[in-house]
Write a protein that binds this ligand. Structure first.
Ligand code: PEP
Length: 238
């Protein structure tokens, strides 16, 4: 399983250090072999090698240059960052990132060999039009994206489920993941209001290879509980 925590614009540097101390000691004490990724804010990056992957929530697709307010490859390399989130719905909808820019970021960071967690997902109005429309919407979000890229992780995150406490039914999640599986062999995470209470059931679904968690992962304790649920599932499936 792959479990990823997206902090968004939350946590100070000091809070992130305290968080990492809890998660890292949990991972080593329990000999966790599942992949655990944390996406802190840029300000909390550190030069420390970890037993948890640290990724960034964004990056500008250039080596360096005149891009005011952006963080480029040169700055990420300074912190040994090799993992990036691309296409998150908050960047698509709030920051108005186009599919063209998203695909450019994808190409650039794929060429650099980054692990890319690539997010797709439909707004509520699209979901209400039925699963055919939903899949067509998601397919448009794959435009310019190499679904055979070996270090690709897909995250299916319905926009209306992010930060709202709402989730699709287990059957609905499974149907979308099954449909996505026909298009790629990459691991497929589910994201959108995942919490301790539903993480185990979601990870147990067919073609769900893990979870991307926002709000509920802000608690290190809760994130560790979700990791423990993944470990339990590995044992149940073995
Ligand atoms: C996210 O930001 O990727 C996310 C899934 O957020 P939340 O868990 O808060 O819905």
């Amino acid at each position: 399983m792959i479990l990823a925590a997206n902090f968004k614009a939350n946590k100070t540097r000091q809070e992130t250090q305290a968080y990492m101390a809890v998660v890292e000691s949990f991972v080593s004490a329990n000999d966790i072999s599942d992949t655990v990724i944390v996406f802190p804010p840029f300000t909390a990056l550190e030069h420390i090698s970890r037993n948890v992957l640290i990724g960034v929530q964004n990056g500008y697709p250039v080596q360096n240059g005149a891009y005011t307010g952006e963080i480029a490859l040169e700055q990420l390399e300074e912190f040994d960052i090799r993992t990036i989130l691309i296409g998150h719905s908050e960047r698509r909808h709030i920051m108005k990132e186009s599919q063209e820019l998203i695909a450019e970021k994808f190409r650039f960071f794929a060429e650099q060999g980054f692990i890319i967690v690539y997010c797709v997902g439909e707004p509520l109005a699209v979901r209400q039009e039925g699963e055919g429309k939903l899949m067509a919407y998601v397919e448009a979000q794959f435009e310019g994206i190499d679904l055979t890229y070996p270090d690709l992780i897909i995250a299916y995150e319905p926009v209306w489920a992010i930060g709202t406490g709402l989730t699709p039914s287990m059957e609905e999640i499974e149907r979308v993941h099954d449909a996505l599986r026909l298009q790629t062999t990459a691991p497929i995470l589910y994201g959108g209001s995942v919490k301790v209470e539903n993480a185990g059931a979601i990870m147990a679904l067919n073609n769900v290879d893990g979870v991307l968690v926002g709000s509920a992962a802000l608690s290190a304790h809760d994130f560790c509980e979700m990791i423990a649920e993944a470990v339990q599932l590995n044992t149940d499936k073995a």
